[in-house]
Ligand binder design. Structure first.
Ligand code: NAD
Ligand code: UDP
Length: 322
């Protein structure tokens, strides 16, 4: 059935690809974005499509639209971006959640929250299952994002219990792919940009901290499956690739795949940087029949190929923190 679907943060890295998928499926798609960490060029190719609308709006302000489904992705996601204006980041998560939930209540829409593995903080349980309550520093530099997303989850659950809003919560683990902002400061975009530019690769700390990287297309498939899951499965549900790599391994792989001559240089580890991160995706496997199909080597090769096609000078660094 064709639906009217709102994607907040729809011009971003994940949002723009989600909009593409939904437009291709024939849905009537509204992309809402304030372009803090993205630019219009991400969705320029969709602008001529009769089933695509672009709204420049800040989700901390109420929004009045008639839709059947909402994917709530609006929020800066890279540490350098969300720490640039931490108070605004918290407002985006909390007021953004209240605004989309209020809208969902009024027009009886189903609403999915893009939460994050950061709700687990620096985890003491490994791999992380949805039942794990996390180890977050509530007063640290990452708290604006981690606690903002945790508050948003609480709001989603309370609107669900109190107002019977049809909700979904997914906890997304590190995702990468074409259309990442080249200056977002995240590890994959940094390493690829540095390797292709012939610069040194900046490995923070000893490089033995781990992450599990999910390719963009796998993640988007997971988001859509979660939205379409039966109403008795609202999550939270982890979405990510369970294959764990150290940052040192990632740096070496990027050098190998780009053929770069870059040296690896060590820089200080950022505050509260989680040591290990790996999703347990049993729930997604059993409830959604979902698991990632793109492994890191293949996904990185596609991402590198995309980075080769862009001119980084065409991208506006959203913050000075890259
Ligand atoms: P992104 O920064 O590319 O996208 C976020 C989008 O939200 C941008 O287009 C930005 O301009 C927009 N935005 C920010 N604040 C806004 C506001 N106040 N009003 C309207 N729009 C606003 O990041 P992404 O990687 O595409 O992340 C999308 C969502 O997925 C985020 O909510 C993020 O927390 C979540 N997530 C992503 C990852 C990942 O690894 N990519 C991991 C966990 C969670
Ligand atoms: N990192 C790194 N070099 C960089 C950027 C990041 O070694 O140039 C490390 C960072 O310290 C962290 C990991 O890579 O341990 C992932 O960082 P990212 O900012 O991509 O995501 P997050 O920390 O939110 O998982």
């Amino acid at each position: 059935m064709l639906k009217r679907i709102l994607v907040t943060g729809g011009a971003g890295f994940l949002g723009s690809h989600l909009c593409e998928r939904l437009v291709e499926a024939g849905h009537d798609v509204i992309c809402l974005d304030n372009f803090f960490t993205s630019q219009k060029t991400n969705v320029a190719h969709l602008l001529g499509r009769p089933n695509f609308d672009l709204v420049r709006h800040d989700i901390t302000m109420p929004v009045w639209l008639e839709v059947d489904e909402i994917y709530n992705l609006a929020c800066p996601a890279a540490p350098g971006h969300y720490q640039f204006n931490p108070i605004k980041t918290m407002k985006t998560s909390v007021l953004g959640a209240i605004n989309v939930l209020g809208m969902a209540r009024r027009c009886r829409a189903k609403v999915l929250q893009a939460s994050t593995s950061e709700v687990y903080g620096d985890p003491t349980e490994h791999p992380q299952r949805e039942s794990y309550r996390g180890n977050v520093n509530p007063i640290g530099l990452r708290a604006c994002y981690d606690e903002g997303k945790r508050a948003a989850e609480a709001l989603f659950m309370d609107y669900h219990r109190q107002n019977r809003i049809n909700i979904r919560i997914v906890r997304i683990f590190n995702t990468y792919g074409p259309r990442m902002h080249p200056f977002d400061g995240r590890v994959v975009s940094n390493f690829i940009r540095q390797a292709l530019g012939g610069e040194d690769i900046t490995l923070y700390g000893d490089g033995f901290q781990s992450r599990s990287f999910c390719y963009r297309d796998d993640l988007i498939e997971g988001l859509i499956r979660m939205m379409n899951a039966p109403d008795d499965f609202i999550g939270p549900c982890n979405l990510g690739n369970p294959h764990e790599f150290t940052m040192k391994q990632l740096a070496e792989l990027v050098i190998e795949l780009t053929g770069a001559k870059s040296k690896i240089v060590h820089e200080p580890l950022p505050a509260d940087d989680p040591v290990r991160r790996q999703p347990d995706i049993t729930l997604a496997r059993t409830k959604l029949g979902w698991e990632p199909t793109t492994q890191l080597r293949e996904g990185l090769a596609k991402t590198i190929a995309w980075f080769r096609t862009i001119k980084v000078g065409d991208y506006r660094p959203p913050t000075p923190n890259y």
